[in-house]
Ligand binder design. Structure first.
Ligand code: AMP
Length: 219
């Protein structure tokens, strides 16, 4: 299956895409993660992307298109993938259609992760990663035991550079102006599924699987 995850920053696209990857094997393809890796590795592409990322603006369409083309052509993406954070504007949606056409592929579903504004702010301002285990945590929502487990393992709660209040506001504004119109784009193609993305991660995941017609593996 090829799935596009739509939704504002903080709507849980990445968390849910990782769960789909681990249960069904569709790799999560996150342009944000690919860009952060390029920045961390200090590549030319990373240097070109960093200023836009720090400001909460979109990186150029051509940079992300190059990354997407390369990633979805890799062998592990042959049977499907979950696009997390791409496309983010109309031009990228058209670029994606061109890439898919050249590979003889098509999108099966676009999922809108629907969360209200106040909740997004809390999720983003509270978001932390454990430096030891890489686990995603939230200082407002994670159980104290999970936060303690990170600290006791010698980890630190690290905040993403672009998760500060000013950049968050800009990212949400960019989402409203440039990305939200894609909801209509995919609805017009008959591909849109809307998932209420509030409640526990597990509840949201159940709704997501149901919307995609996937049966959750029994644990
Ligand atoms: P994310 O992790 O998806 O929230 O992305 C973090 C930042 O990476 C965004 O604020 C943008 O600066 C950049 N970015 C990620 N995906 C894209 C994309 N598809 N197009 C342009 N910029 C992107």
């Amino acid at each position: 299956m090829r799935i596009v995850m739509l939704g504002a920053p903080g709507s849980g696209k990445g968390t849910q895409a990782k769960m789909l990857e681990s249960d069904f094997g569709f790799p999560q393809v996150s342009t944000g993660d690919l860009l952060r890796a390029a920045v961390a590795a200090g590549t030319e592409l990373g240097r070109r992307a960093k200023a836009a990322m720090d400001a909460g603006e979109l990186v150029s369409d051509d940079i992300v298109l190059g990354m997407i083309k390369e990633r979805v052509s890799e062998p592990d993406a042959a049977a499907g993938y979950v696009l997390d954070g791409y496309p983010r504007n109309r031009r990228q949606a058209e670029d994606l259609e061109g890439v898919l056409e050249s590979l003889g592929q098509k999108i099966d579903a676009a999922v809108l992760m629907d969360v209200d504004f106040e909740m997004l702010m809390k999720r983003l301002t509270g978001r932390r990663t454990c430096s030891k285990t890489g686990k995603l945590l939230n200082i407002y929502f994670s159980p104290q035991s999970e936060i303690d487990a990170c600290l006791e393992a010698g980890g630190e709660l690290v905040q993403r550079e672009d998760d500060n209040e000013e950049t968050i506001r800009k990212r949400l504004e960019v989402y409203e102006q440039q990305t939200a119109p894609l909801v209509e784009h995919y609805a017009a193609k008959g591909l849109l599924e809307t998932v209420r993305a509030e409640g526990t991660v597990d509840e949201v995941y159940s709704r997501l699987c149901e919307a995609l017609g996937l049966s959750r593996p029994v644990v």
